[in-house]
Design a protein. Structure first.
Length: 396
């Protein structure tokens, strides 16, 4: 089949690799002029590791990652908030702290080796049905320097173009649905640096719901740093604010000093906003949404990349099982994903205000009850299954 994929990120490259290996002719479209390793760190959970093992990349990813035994969150006072260890669910389970850029590069190289073609500097803005309806093809509409241009005829398009997907907007219009989109009031500063700080777990430090800091070791003596702030606060920061802010961060978490010692300004950090996206239907005729285009969330459960990898693997399996019947594959995929995606989206949406919001009482409630909740074995097991990306619904 002739397949177009909009978006050369982790979901798009994983889908391209899996589909090209099945013998399909895959073309990846990326709006940036150059595809390169960018981004900060992420937690690769057992669910995402399973997909990479099937692709054949898990050993290479492990070689450039930090093996994580769990995660710890504590209050600024040092009082423990929650601590989860993978081994309490099953011996041998672990997470991987990995640089997003290194993971992307491995997937990008693999999809090209599988035969996928990558076209850069091409921003996909929409699609239209073929002028010959009996062929059941669709044509991409690209935004270029010369305006809107057409490119290729495909059996179907995979929209893996992120939370601001233009293809999702067109699909929604044609199916008469309105996506549920929420732009969060809070965002984050990200940075990755060489650091003497090394650990076998993700560390988070909170102070009410106003301060949230994270340190994630990602291999190669590097660590990824995360600082939560209001989305409109970043534009108000001035160069003179950097040193006071830096001291505030170090007071919040002294371990962060090792990462910040050589930093001199906010331009060395990446500002990222959060968006919640929920669609009633993720496909229509010749288009299917995967990854953040279909179910973007805040990063508080660390499942974005893992859900995207699972999307790519399950859709490739559904297409093969349906003998390349796109509609049947989409229906099968949607049934397989519905409960899990709904679970993680709902949970993330309700948990986020307890860690980043203007609600002081949510912080008090969290600090009061969260420390003892994991002491109940059944609850702790479900929390660990959630962390691992293995939950398939509220009861699954």
């Amino acid at each position: 089949m002739e397949i177009a994929i909009a978006g050369c990120g982790i979901t798009g490259t994983a889908a391209a690799c899996l589909l090209a290996r099945e013998g399909h002719r895959v073309t990846l479209y990326e709006r940036s002029s150059v595809c390169g390793p960018i981004g900060a760190g992420l937690m690769l959970q057992p669910s995402g590791q399973q997909v990479l093992a099937d692709i054949g990349l898990l050993e290479q990813v492990e070689a450039c990652s930090t093996k994580l035994k769990g995660m710890t969150a504590r209050q600024i006072s040092g009082k423990p908030l929650v601590r989860l260890r993978y081994e309490h669910l099953k011996a041998g389970l672990h997470g991987l702290g990995v640089h997003r850029g290194r993971l992307f590069q491995l997937l990008y190289d693999s999809c090209q080796q599988a035969g996928a073609e990558v076209k850069t500097g091409r921003q996909v803005r929409g699609y239209r049905a073929s002028s010959v309806p009996v062929e059941k093809k669709t044509t991409l509409l690209l935004e270029t320097e010369n305006g809107i241009e057409e490119d290729g005829e495909f059996d179907f398009i995979i929209a893996a173009d992120g939370s601001h997907s233009a293809l999702r907007d067109q699909l929604a219009n044609e199916t008469g649905q309105t996506p549920g989109i929420i732009d969060y009031d809070h965002a984050a500063l990200w940075m990755t640096s060489q650091s003497d700080y090394q650990s076998d777990e993700l560390l988070q430090v909170v102070d009410g719901t106003q301060k949230l800091l994270g340190l994630l070791p990602i291999g190669g003596n590097e660590c990824s740093f995360f600082w939560g702030l209001k989305a409109d606060a970043f534009e108000q920061l001035q160069p003179a604010d950097f040193e006071p802010w830096k001291q505030e961060v170090i007071q919040t978490c002294p371990a962060a000093a090792a990462l910040l010692k050589d930093k001199t300004g906010f331009e060395e950090f990446t500002f990222a906003r959060y968006r919640h996206v929920r669609v009633k239907r993720c496909f229509d005729q010749q288009v299917i949404l995967l990854g953040d285009a279909a179910h973007a969330t805040s990063p508080h459960l660390g499942q974005g990349a893992n859900l995207g990898l699972q999307d790519a693997w399950l859709f490739a399996e559904a297409l093969a099982s349906s003998r390349n019947d796109f509609t049947l594959a989409c229906r099968s995929f949607a049934r397989a994903r519905r409960r899990q995606v709904r679970y993680y989206q709902t949970l993330t949406r309700h948990l986020t205000p307890f860690f980043q919001s203007d609600s002081w009482w949510r912080g008090k409630l969290r600090d009061t009850f969260l420390p003892w909740i994991p002491s109940v074995p059944l609850v702790r097991r479900e929390m660990l299954r959630t962390l691992c990306g293995l939950k398939r619904g509220w009861l699954g």
